[in-house]
Ligand binder design. Structure first.
Ligand SMILES: C[S@@+](CC[C@H](N)C(=O)[O-])C[C@H]1O[C@@H](n2cnc3c(N)ncnc32)[C@H](O)[C@@H]1O
Length: 233
């Protein structure tokens, strides 16, 4: 599956106005739970520098800033429309947040080596065209002993759920996602990209090959999602 940054950015630009609503609706609210588990597992500490890659509308970064208000968080994405929504949400908060937004490709980050204590990415890695290159960047910007946390969809491991899941992902989700976002292609892309994405053991191998050490790799909700936490030694 070809994933050019420019085309992916255009697709997210087009669905940005409905992205949050459809996320919560089509995952039956589970997306919030998955992000909560992710941020909890990251064990954020005071005054840490945190990079949220493929931040989109910023939901993961907002959660992180809630749990660790004095951390400095940077959210990076290639879709300017997704970032506009994140910025609107920042303005709506009635407390000051140390959450900054930057339009940038995860494959060529404008940050110095060893500049973040934590790097996180939720539902973003699947959309990045050159995954090995992205791991190289994640490793580069992480400080020694820094944590990389990846949350991504995977396929359910029990056979009894695979068939209904396939029907939901291949027909029901693209249908409703298409009507509500007025972009059926984007929601068909979503299903196809989940189906054709690396399996958890393959992601683990990529993480290890990038020089990071895995400290946690666990399926969430019957394997629909997977959380990977690794450390830069
Ligand atoms: C499914 S959304 C996830 C957004 C958010 N992290 C969340 O939890 O809802 C995927 C995001 O990845 C971004 N993205 C895709 N490729 C990227 C790249 N190469 N660099 C930075 N962001 C990228 C898209 O623009 C989109 O906003």
């Amino acid at each position: 599956m070809k994933k050019e940054s420019k085309i992916i950015a255009q697709m997210f630009d087009q669905i940005a106005f409905r992205y949050d609503m459809l996320n919560h609706l089509l995952s039956f609210g589970l997306d919030k739970k998955w992000r909560e588990i992710t941020v909890k597992e990251m064990n954020l500490k005071s005054k840490e520098r945190v990079l949220d890659l493929a931040t989109g509308t910023g939901d993961l970064a907002f959660l992180a800033s809630k749990i660790s208000p004095d951390s400095f968080i940077v959210g990076v994405d290639i879709s300017t429309e997704m970032l506009k929504i994140a910025k609107k949400k920042i303005r709506k908060q009635n407390r000051s947040l140390s959450f900054q937004i930057l339009a940038s490709d995860a494959l060529s980050l404008a940050f110095k080596d060893n500049s973040f204590d934590k790097v996180m990415i939720a539902f973003g890695i699947r959309n990045i065209g050159y995954i090995k290159g992205s791991f190289r960047e994640f490793y580069r910007v992480l400080k020694p002993k820094g944590l990389l946390t990846i949350l991504e969809f995977s396929l359910p491991f029990y056979s009894w759920i695979r068939y209904p899941y396939h029907i939901y992902m291949s027909y029901i989700l693209p249908f409703f996602g298409g009507i509500i976002s007025r972009n059926r292609e984007a929601y068909s892309y979503f299903s196809q990209s989940v189906n054709s994405f690396y399996k958890p053991y393959e992601i683990e191998n990529l993480i290890k090959r990038s020089g990071l050490v895995i400290i946690k790799s666990k399926p969430l909700h019957l394997g629909i999602c997977h959380l990977y936490i690794s450390v830069k030694k």
